[in-house]
Write a protein that binds this ligand. Structure first.
Ligand code: SIN
Ligand code: FE
Length: 289
């Protein structure tokens, strides 16, 4: 398998450079890896990076675009410092994607920004929620009708610990492998899930198939072990970008990461034909949304 990771030399969040080949790579499902694109923290900010920063029972800290901070334990000064740090990362992540992918800029919708202070390796989860298994991102309650999930990550571990990922085969080959096993889409079931408010809007056939890929892949222990894949180490001070609804990924270990998700309408991609929606539509042979 060709490497699915493209390593780039950029070191500035707001002027990382521009190259059409980088766009083609990310739209082809590859990970753009920036080993020199560090997100700098002051000494006080570094001191915040402890699991105790998390309010008990929550997995991540998040900050939304209205300035609402969730998940932080501690006094107002700690809350304010966490907020400043996360907001600064959010601005950097937006600067980065606006420069790398200028045609997306006006159409991106930012999800809340997250800080993840938990150690991944020791987390206990059901197989379906276990992101240590290769998967593509797909969310059961939030159908997106083919809208893209673009994510920016940065490893801010203060103790030199890398974040270790596995990156799998290209989306098209994984989809061709798992689609024949996918359960059939039922419009009646989709309407019921909507009525019961299990989903926030109608689950389309596209959303159904993406969830099937997510689940079948995670449930297949042999696939997890034997599928084409590479293990990749993101050092502290490195950042990376991918379409996580397309890149097969798994996180094996690491602690303290910042993450920003953007949603992008599929028709705002440079090459719409490279999208999971286009690939699944070709494989299925009919419209999915
Ligand atoms: C994910 O699977 O989307 C999480 C990635 C990570 O925590 O590094
Ligand atoms: Fe994921």
């Amino acid at each position: 398998m060709d490497s699915q990771i493209l390593t780039l030399d950029s070191a500035d969040w707001f002027s990382p450079g521009f190259d059409r080949r980088w766009i083609d790579a990310v739209e082809d499902g590859k990970v753009l890896h920036f080993p020199r694109l560090a997100f700098s923290l002051s000494a006080q900010e570094q001191a915040l990076l402890r699991p105790e920063l998390l309010r008990p029972g929550v997995r991540n800290i998040s900050l939304d675009s209205t300035g609402d901070l969730k998940g932080v334990a501690g006094e107002p000064a700690v809350q304010a410092a966490a907020k400043t740090l996360i907001a600064r990362f959010s601005a950097g992540a937006k600067g980065l994607v606006d420069s790398l992918f200028p045609a997306y800029a006006a159409h991106l919708r930012a999800a809340p920004t997250s800080l993840r202070p938990m150690q991944v390796a020791s987390r206990r989860q059901s197989w379906r929620a276990d992101d240590r298994r290769l998967h593509v991102d797909a969310f059961p309650s939030r159908p997106n009708r083919g809208e893209r999930i673009l994510r920016v990550f940065t490893n801010v571990n203060p103790h030199g610990e890398p974040r270790v990922w596995r990156v799998g085969e290209p989306f098209g080959s994984a989809a061709a492998r798992f689609l024949p096993m996918a359960r059939r889409y039922s419009p009646a079931e989709a309407r019921l899930l909507r009525a019961l408010r299990v989903t926030k809007s109608l689950r389309t056939e596209y959303d159904h198939l993406m969830l099937q890929l997510h689940d079948r892949m995670k449930a297949d222990v042999r696939y997890q072990r034997e599928a084409p894949q590479e293990t990749f180490t993101f050092a502290p001070g490195a950042s990376w970008v991918c379409f996580s609804d397309q890149t097969l990924h798994a996180v094996m270990s690491g602690q303290h990461m910042l993450e920003q998700t953007f949603h992008l309408p599929v028709d705002r991609q440079y090459n719409q034909q490279a999208s999971p929606l286009a690939i699944l539509t070709r494989l299925r042979g009919h419209a999915l949304i």
